[in-house]
Design a protein. Structure first.
Length: 95
């Protein structure tokens, strides 16, 4: 099926697994425990491939931290989600 102006929408992932859940403050600051979880996510992504999807209102600081851990920015999708902050960020790896 073709989208607007003949563009082909990207296929949906065949599988998606939640690999971490972080709870941050309104400023998006990451605790040492959050940083450790992100290191684990980065290692998993490097080992298994896939795209890391970050869901939550403070997704950008997490995306930046994953890039700093060596995950290619093209392998990260940040979904800011609702405008209201709820403090929960979910990280999934999609294949």
């Amino acid at each position: 099926m073709r989208g607007a102006k003949g563009a082909v929408p990207p296929p949906a992932p065949a599988a998606s697994f939640q690999v971490a859940e972080l709870v941050t403050g309104p400023d998006g600051m990451l605790s040492p425990a959050d940083q450790a979880a992100l290191r684990d996510v980065a290692r998993l992504q490097k080992r298994t491939g896939g795209v890391v999807r970050v869901e939550g209102a403070a997704a950008e600081p997490v995306r930046q931290a994953l890039v700093a851990q060596g995950v290619p920015s093209r392998k990260i999708r940040a979904d800011a989600g609702p405008d209201r902050w709820d403090g929960v960020l979910r990280l999934l790896i999609e294949y």
